[in-house]
Design a protein around this ligand. Sequence first.
Ligand SMILES: Nc1ncnc2c1ncn2[C@@H]1O[C@H](COP(=O)(O)OP(=O)(O)O)[C@@H](O)[C@H]1O
Ligand SMILES: [Mg+2]
Length: 605
Amino acid sequence: MTVGLSSQIQAAAPPPAERERGNVYIVRRLFRDYVAGQWPTFAAALACMVVGSAASGAIPFLVNAAVKYLFVDKDPNMLALIPLAAIVLMTVRAAANYGGQTMIETVGERAITSAQRDMFDRIARQDLASLNAVHSSQFVSTMLYDATQMRDAITRGVLAVGIEALQLAAYAAAMIYMDWQLTLVALVVLPPVAWAMERIGSSLRRAAKRSMEQTGDLAATLSETLDGRRIVKAYGLEAHMTERANARLAQRLKTLLKVVRRRAAAVPTTDVFAGFVIAATMFYAGYQSHHGGLEINAFSAFLAAMLLALQPVRNLSQLWPVISSGVAAANRVFAVIDSHPTIVDSPGARAMSVASGGGAVRFEGVRFSYHEGAESIAEVTLDIPAGAKVALVGPSGAGKSTIFNLLLRFYDVDGGRILIDGQNVHDVTLQSLRRNIALVTQDAVLFDESVADNIALGNPGASRDAIERAARNAAADEFICKMPEGYDTRVGEGGLKLSGGQRQRVAIARAMLRDAPILLLDEATSALDTESERQVQEALARLMKDRTTIVIAHRLSTVLDADRIYVMDRGRVVESGTHAELIAQGGLYARLYQHDFTDDAAEGA
Ligand SMILES: Nc1ncnc2c1ncn2[C@@H]1O[C@H](COP(=O)(O)OP(=O)(O)O)[C@@H](O)[C@H]1O
Ligand SMILES: [Mg+2]
């Protein structure tokens, strides 16, 4: 069966990362990157298949010998030998088929495992911007389902080539040997069959692609329902979410049924064409016999070979859709593997060096927008001396968190520059930059590992002693020791088993352990109640010692002692100074503070 190079019609515009590549390229790359490295297993599998096919092909000869020696010649010596030969032949065939199938499937499983390893690596290293652009469940479906389809294409493709195609070749050789002109007549039908298979294949490919996207949507609905389970319950959204899932399931079912129909069409289509082949050869043979060319026994033998050949052709035509959708899946897999982060080390980047006791941070005329036309940072200049504690305050959406995103180089600035101890963050290695910064955010991110492991993420390889010291400094030691298995207690999905304040203190312990000279706190205590906030504040005060700290604070009461407060509004710094100076100015800060104060008073009343 030929691999179609045409018909790259797209049902929907592909996402930017997904380029359409030629099928030949995809197949070659699949073999080069994921199969070639396993060539001994692959070659052994092929050898097994050849042996297995040869053994199958020998069966008619065995039958022939049995008839000849046992019935015609009545040779007594053969009476034991031929049944023995039958046992040997069938055992060899069984062993070869077993070996061939297990080895080729081993190759397939190893191939997808290493493709998945590559995908995970790329996904983990991808830029925030690229990760945010696609729903995370699309990655899940490519990593799990597409990889499986890719494997099926490899294993079934190779099995088919190794078994069906070999058999077909044998029968074809027999046919040509018997009557090459009649064979030509039979072969006339091949081009239309190939054409029909390509049509079915390309339609199937589109449907398969759509079904993958719909699988991704479905996964998204499920994961959102589960991630948001508390809100779903609290707002009684169960029926709503189920309806959404049902709509997506219904759409997906439509596509899947289309896939089913396309897939099932292959064999009957081949059979219809086979009818034409049989008719044509009969016509030709009958015509020949009228004119005295063809013997009855020759024609019967030819017809037998042709009918035998039909089975591998049917099997091969069934295979084509599997290969087609496998190739489409491999294309998506390669799109993930080929994605490159745009935020990378600049050529010649050096490791950043920061003075112990905290680095000086400077923003010089920084401008930045996430999307064209919507400036998130219009113009910001900050000058933060080493070891200082400064605060960023301002209404929500002012651009405060964006300042952190830029300092960590999650995104590159559009204008101006950001310096840490005189070194442009753009020109140092990402690893050294991020190693020197500890970030604590409002939603402490914990992974479903032990408490100790969660803290150790701040500095992989830290000793148990260092971990416990960090926990004590973060005021987390006490509650951790009360947990059923102490530091070895698993925290559950997202830290489910801990309260907000406890999670936050684990996150602070992590930052303590990181021991970075620059500390960024993004509303680290905003989500906490007053009592946990007090405990966390104490932990934070210890953490800030001997570091440059930038605090984004929601409650202004927590930044009164800052060395300097920058007030931001709509992507600009509109005021700066100490608390007392800003109050005296009577500007935005004074108003925000007044507001806070009335809120607190209202809360207290
Ligand atoms: N990932 C993002 N993609 C697009 N726009 C964003 C993103 N994050 C923030 N913004 C926009 O940038 C502006 C500043 O956001 P942010 O820095 O988060 O504000 P703040 O932290 O001061 O509340 C807002 O208008 C927000 O909508
Ligand atoms: Mg923010």
